[in-house]
Ligand binder design. Sequence first.
Ligand code: ATP
Ligand code: MG
Ligand code: FE
Length: 344
Amino acid sequence: MKILGIETTCDETAAAVVALDEGERGLILANEVLSQIAEHAAYGGVVPEIAARAHVEVLDRLIARALERAGTDLASLDGIAVAAGPGLIGGVLVGLVTAKTLALVTRKPLLAVNHLEAHALTPRLTDGLAFPYLLLLASGGHTQLVAVKGVGDYVRLGTTIDDAIGEAFDKVAKLLGLAYPGGPEVERLAEGGDPERFALPRPMLGRREADFSLSGLKTALRIEAERLAPLASRDVADLCASFQAAVVDVVVDRVRVALRGFGAVAGHPTALVAAGGVAANGAIRRALAAQAGEVGLSFVAPPLPLCGDNGAMIAWAGLERLRLGLVDDLTAPARARWPFAKAS
Ligand code: ATP
Ligand code: MG
Ligand code: FE
């Protein structure tokens, strides 16, 4: 089984080919990603119209390159998978129309994949993980704790009531005058900073529901930054370190609550998993690995290139769905919003 995966929901244009090896494990044959960061950097964030146009300009060549690198062609594929949402609708349409066209002319099955579901299933591609597992899905647009019980069977244990974690990193970076996207930059500077210099709040700590709130933390950091202005590089590093330490404390506490509630909805978890762009953060990864170890669970997070948006995760989610006969037709809609987990 060999699937083409197309991703255009945000600011990465991506195409990949994923197959199954003899042991039924996923095998990435090609994973091409073109980031548009340079095109959006001047605006300090993703500009939807620019993103959509950039996807149009490169997607066909990127697909051709992925097929070539994989040593395959359209005729040899078993299906065409595409992220049909959630995301910026112009970009989603570019990917979806392209995938529908390919499916139509090749008469291959179309797999309209939920982008968040693809993040959620990535550890099954990278580590062959079995269901059920507890997932922290944290990216620029989403922050959720989810019991992943099976393909298409997801129960949300917690979510953010305001900013996503990645969004908070990006906003903090912006107010400190750092480059976009902010997450990696804040992490890099935090390494040389003092995490205890600023006593920032840990919102939601100790609450019984596994929800997040990050806007108060961001505001507290802004107040400190304004009080100190103009900021020396030492201040910026200490602010980054203090912010990241607060986020780590909040994440660990929220995961603890979700682990407590997991059994009632899904039984015993096989692992604690982090996915989405924020899962690239080393401090968060280390804290979660230690926490999982304490309760006898393994910790799984995709390798860095598979944490952010990519085509391999879309191809894999499509492969998982095709195996179960969950195929879509040409009426599959593009969705700006598309919740993937049901409430607990
Ligand atoms: P979504 O998947 O929710 O639609 P997205 O496309 O923005 O949104 P990803 O590409 O998965 O999501 O992740 C990007 C986000 O991850 C950005 O907010 C970025 O700042 C954050 N991020 C990336 N690396 C790090 C890091 N090392 N530390 C913290 N945050 C990070
Ligand atoms: Mg992105
Ligand atoms: Fe994403």
